[in-house]
Design a protein around this ligand. Structure first.
Ligand code: KIV
Length: 270
């Protein structure tokens, strides 16, 4: 079943959107954000098949309070750096706020920049049924699309940072949104901050994989933010995050020791 996906050592071969889609029900899909050449090298060399250049970079590496100020130029610059660090993973670029909410022509032009200048393999777009025309247009032009529903960070001014799909009506709407995205041609759907039982229902209803974040264990894959996973960040970390390492104190201690040794003429040694 995995023939054509894995090298003899067990690591994934160069991923495509089609291959990611085919992993549903066969292999859970680990996904991680990366923001530059350095982080991309780590993620790709770990054999993680899907790398997201998330607009979360606005907070994690650019120092903004939300994703809203992130520009196309910033995203393209970081995507190109990530692409230079990746050999096998599928590189997905997050389309930033107001790069796709206007005309279809404007959105197509911006998505095209990610492929041509950023060397991305696909783009991600936030929103459900209202994005169907855009997704169809991008896919028809050869640009694979990763959908994203549930908590939408680009809509926080309207929704706040809270779990979505808790009422029967909003859960029904999310199921309809997921089906509409699949119909429009996405190769997978990110489910952010929705109840685990709802994520399970959506996962069962779709033929394309679901990639969860704060959406419980039943999704076809999981995505985390690089700095959250490693305990590197300075900002708020959501409660669902598991820190797989706690690197911040180690970095702080190394830097303090370096400063002390330079100031005491202990480094370099004579
Ligand atoms: O911007 C981002 O990093 C994201 C993921 C967390 C899904 O959208």
């Amino acid at each position: 079943m995995m023939f054509g996906f894995l090298r003899s050592g067990g690591e994934f071969m160069k991923m495509t959107a089609v291959k990611i889609k085919a992993l549903k029900g066969v292999h859970k899909i680990a996904t991680l954000t990366a923001y530059d050449y350095l982080t991309a090298r780590y993620v790709d060399e770990a054999g993680i098949p899907l790398v997201l250049v998330g607009d979360s970079l606005g907070m994690t590496v650019l120092g903004y309070e939300t994703t809203l100020p992130v520009t196309m130029d910033e995203m393209v610059h970081h995507t190109a750096a990530v692409a230079r660090g990746v050999k096998d993973a599928l590189v997905v670029a997050d389309m930033p706020f107001m790069s796709y909410q206007g005309t279809l022509e404007h959105a197509l032009e911006n998505a095209g920049r990610f492929i041509k200048e950023g060397r991305a393999d696909a783009v991600k777009i936030e929103g459900g049924a209202m994005r169907v025309d855009l997704i169809e247009r991008l896919v028809a032009n050869g640009i694979p699309v990763l959908g994203h529903i549930g908590l939408l960070p680009q809509s926080v001014k309207e929704t706040g940072f809270r779990m979505q799909g808790k009422t029967d009506d909003s859960a029904r709407k999310l199921i309809d949104d997921a089906l509409a995205l699949e119909q429009a041609g996405v190769f997978a759907v990110v489910l952010e901050c929705v109840p685990a039982e709802l994520a399970q229902k959506i996962t069962a209803a779709l033929k394309v994989p679901t990639i969860g974040i704060g959406a419980g264990p039943h999704c076809d894959g999981q995505v985390l933010v690089f700095t959250d996973l490693l305990g590197l960040g300075h900002g708020h970390v959501p409660g669902f995050v598991k820190k797989f390492a706690d690197l911040k104190p180690q970095i702080e201690s190394a830097l303090a020791t370096y400063k002390k040794e330079v100031e005491a003429s202990a480094f370099p040694e004579r």
